[in-house]
Design a protein around this ligand. Structure first.
Ligand code: NAP
Length: 479
């Protein structure tokens, strides 16, 4: 057993525990490590350490905080290869994607390091000659940050960087599927000159950790990325103390292809998004809505590209589709595909588990046609390498189908008509819209959803706002 990353970081110290949890490689089921399963006392210690550290960290200048963040980004880039290997092995995403994700982490961190210097206040015209009104922005305080497994690096960087840049201190709780890469990324933060207690990372039973964070008055905010189901539970918990909460939840992104679009560009962009991270992406395309006039042509182009995808263990050269994260994930994909077939959909390519590993977490890249938007496969987040194609007749019908979802994270469409671009961008009920392309996650733009896809935004100055409180000061001048 490799005894690496088998600790948490609390108050600047490595913490080991007797109780541990195994971490496995989803490509073959091998145990690759053990991480602490901490108890409630240690969660409380992490809160106390973040609380004490806040007093000093919140008073540093933005430049001082930015220096620490920039050091962190540099450290990550210096170990990009090593970190990408750890991520691929633990999460299953192809090495090239994991390598790219470490680069994305560094970009997010550097961007926030700079944007922290632009946390400006306001001067507001008064209501009397003696009054002076100013508004300042101050860090929220201690923040609990709960992250998922699908982008186990980027989701941490996207929360920790704006929180620290804003002057908050943090306690991170990564997914128990991917704790080692989270700890490895944290090691690089701990290797900077950061003060003890400013950033803590803890692993263990998620409900106990989150209950402890929610019930402690010193924790002023929870930022959560994960499923809508857990997000709803946490939102209820936040009510007890009216604790600030932001939620980045599930998606079910529709993609609409119109007859005047460049179909090859659309097919390339759809494949790039749909099969990234083996389809396990919150803003990943769920269903492909294709106009009836181009259904055959578009299906052909998609199928041709899907059949070229290389499936295999993430660490093997040239692999584009890796294993799913766990048995529950593959069971869900199998169930949704079987339900679609039972209701009349046709499998054009793929449609079953891949025999590539005995461990059984690989699924063949799949295209299904004759899917109805009412089927479970179109309504639920598939989170797997399956592309269902739904036919539509008019733009209004496509918009109606897309908006009928409970989710509202991202939608994409392809057309070359400028009027249609405005019509669809304004009428699709989603937090993010991709037109003629499917890449959305950049540090300077507000990433996030509406409806049951969450509230709050990550990225841009909007991401920093999530870690800041407004304070209005009214000064009465003396005669
Ligand atoms: P999840 O099961 O909701 O877990 C997310 C995090 O919450 C993990 O750290 C998990 O810890 C923790 N958790 C689980 N049960 C909890 C509880 N009762 N109380 C507090 N925390 C709890 O989601 P996931 O399967 O990791 O991630 C996939 C989901 O995330 C998808 O729905 C995807 O769309 C969404 N996502 C959204 C965005 C976005 O920006 N909108 C980005 C990425 C992913 P344990 O693993 O230890 O249980």
């Amino acid at each position: 057993m490799v005894e690496k990353f088998n600790y948490n970081w609390i108050n600047g110290e490595k913490v080991h525990t007797d109780q541990t949890t195994e971490v496995i490689n989803p490509a073959n089921g091998n145990v690759i490590g053990q991480v602490p399963s901490i108890d409630e006392n240690k969660v409380k210690q992490s809160i106390e350490s973040a609380h004490q550290a806040f007093k000093k960290w919140s008073k540093y200048t933005a430049e001082q905080r930015g220096d620490i963040l920039n050091q962190w980004a540099t450290n990550l880039l210096n170990k990009q290869d090593e970190l990408a290997h750890i991520m691929s092995e633990e999460q299953g995403k192809p090495f090239a994607e994991a390598y790219g994700e470490i680069g994305v982490c560094a970009k997010f961190i550097k961007w926030n390091a700079e944007e922290g210097k632009r946390i400006y206040g306001e001067i507001i015209p008064p209501s009397s000659p003696q009054q002076r009104i100013s508004v300042i922005k101050q860090p929220v305080g201690v923040c609990g940050l709960i992250t998922p497994w699908n982008f186990p690096g980027a989701m941490i960087a996207r929360k920790v960087a704006p929180a620290l840049a804003a002057g908050c201190t943090v306690i991170v709780k990564p997914s128990s599927e991917t704790p080692r890469i989270a700890i490895a990324i944290f090691d690089e933060l701990m290797a900077t000159n950061i003060d003890k207690g400013v950033a803590n990372i803890i692993t263990g039973r998620s409900s106990m950790i989150s209950n402890t964070l929610f019930s402690d008055q010193r924790v002023r905010k929870i930022s959560f990325t994960g499923s809508t189901a857990i997000g709803k539970t946490l939102m209820k918990q936040a009510a007890d103390q009216v604790k600030r909460i932001s939620l980045e939840l599930g998606g079910n992104a529709p993609t609409i292809v119109l007859p005047d679009a460049d179909l090859d560009n659309a097919a390339d962009a759809i494949i790039e998004n749909k099969f990234e991270n083996t389809g396990q992406m919150c803003n990943g395309i769920n269903t492909i809505l294709v106009h009836k006039d181009i259904k055959s042509a578009m299906t052909e182009k998609i199928v041709a590209r899907v059949q070229q995808l290389k499936v295999g263990p993430a660490t093997e050269d040239g692999v584009q589709v890796g294993p799913l994260i766990n048995a529950a994930a593959i069971e869900k994909v199998e169930k949704l595909v079987a339900d679609a077939q039972d209701n009349g959909a046709q499998i054009v390519t793929g449609g079953q588990k891949s025999a590539i590993s005995d461990f059984g977490l690989f699924y063949e890249p799949t295209v299904i046609t004759d899917v109805k938007h009412t089927m479970a496969i179109a309504q639920e987040e598939i989170f797997g390498p399956v592309a269902p194609i739904v036919q539509f007749d008019t733009i209004d019908e496509a918009i109606e189908i897309a908006n009928a979802s409970q989710f509202g994270l991202a939608a994409y469409f392809f057309t070359n008509n400028v009027n249609t671009i405005y019509n669809m961008s304004e009428n699709l009920e989603f937090g993010m819209i991709g037109v003629n392309g499917t890449q959305l996650s950049v540090p300077q733009a507000p990433f996030g959803g509406i409806k049951e896809s969450g509230m709050g935004r990550e990225g841009g100055h909007h991401g920093l706002d999530g870690f800041l409180e407004l304070k209005y000061i009214s000064l009465s001048l003396q005669d």
